[in-house]
Design a protein around this ligand. Structure first.
Ligand code: BTN
Length: 325
């Protein structure tokens, strides 16, 4: 959206009622024909603008979309999202963000897409990413920590996601499943995929990707996903503002990230333990020597999942999947 289109949007937003076309154009020092072009481009971006002879223009609704003009005015962060790339469609925002990071994108740069054609999940799974409904977002971060601490980031970002949803006032049964799943009433609501470029002892950059099912309806999921997934609007019974949720998410992610850089997992652990959907449940995980079953008993100080095995031993799972039996 160009500068003048953006200014016309600001003027329309600030106006309590109709604003005359003449006044809009006068304030920007542009011709009526140019003014009309900006109104047209706002309408094609999804803004509903009424026009009435002798009264002018009035903004009646804004799109529930993650375009810059909807998200950036709500952003309260210092670095995260200050470099913001929105695209209607990409293969994967994590892939796009990695490419930008390799070209030198700054700490906190964000890539958001309305749709992904090859959305990626953890352990080479795919992430269902249809347009117009959800959030698909990736953040470039450049933490100065040893690479073996990076798994902690999924945990910290999970807490940020829950805080963001709560800050929006969506009252629902949220939980976290180790290490990277966002749960709602026992179903998968979202996931976090952290990828990195590093040497053995030095991190070049991390891309934190997050996908949240926001306004998708249960009957829009493919059958295999429908069995296990849910969305915020399905739980809340109302449409959720994607720009508000994303702006809140970026702000909570920044806060949690900074706290993690300062104090490690200490800040996020108490929240995480309260949200842990596996705590106290019988779980199974794989080891080199075959599957092991036991009772999940929370996180260790370094973010592994502690499991008390049937043999009475407590082991710490640090990678792979852990599932309820
Ligand atoms: C998982 O649950 O396995 C993680 C899912 C992560 C999905 C998000 S959507 C935005 C970002 N881009 C991707 O390709 N994946 C992540």
């Amino acid at each position: 959206m160009n500068q003048n289109t953006h200014r016309i949007l600001q003027l329309l937003r600030a106006a309590p009622d109709y604003v005359s076309g003449e006044k809009l154009c006068e304030q920007l020092g542009i011709t009526r024909a140019a003014g009309w072009k900006h109104i047209r481009s706002l309408r094609s971006a999804g803004y509903l603008i009424e026009s009435r002879p002798r009264c002018g223009y009035r903004l009646t609704s804004a799109p529930n979309a993650l375009i810059e003009s909807e998200v950036l005015p709500l952003l309260r962060t210092r670095t995260v999202g200050r470099a913001y790339t929105y695209t209607a469609s990409t293969d994967s925002t994590n892939r796009t963000a990695s490419e930008l990071a390799a070209q030198g994108a700054p700490d906190g740069a964000v890539v958001v897409a309305d749709r992904q054609t090859q959305g990626r999940g953890r352990l080479s799974r795919s992430w269902f990413s249809p347009p117009g409904r959800n959030i698909y977002c990736s953040i470039v971060l450049r933490p100065d920590v040893p690479p073996d601490r990076l798994p902690e980031m999924s945990l910290v970002m999970g807490v940020a996601a829950v805080r963001a949803i709560r800050a929006l006032g969506v009252d629902c049964d949220l939980g976290l499943k180790w290490p990277n799943d966002l749960f709602l009433a026992g179903r998968k609501l979202g996931g976090i995929l952290c990828e990195m470029s590093a040497e053995i002892d030095h991190v070049h950059y991390v891309v934190v990707g997050i996908g949240i099912n926001v306004n998708i309806q249960p009957d829009e999921f493919p059958p295999d996903v429908a069995e296990i997934a849910t969305s915020l609007s399905a739980a809340a019974g109302t449409e959720i503002s994607r720009p508000r949720l994303l702006a809140e998410l970026l702000s909570q992610m920044e806060q949690q990230y900074e706290s993690w850089l300062d104090r490690g997992l200490e800040g996020a652990l108490p929240d995480w333990q309260r949200l842990d959907v596996l705590a106290g449940r019988q779980v199974r995980f794989s080891t080199r020597n075959g599957p092991v079953t036991g009772t999940a008993c929370g996180l260790s100080a370094s973010g592994g999942l502690r499991v008390e095995t049937e043999g009475g031993q407590t082991v710490e799972v640090t990678h792979g999947d852990v599932n309820p039996v």
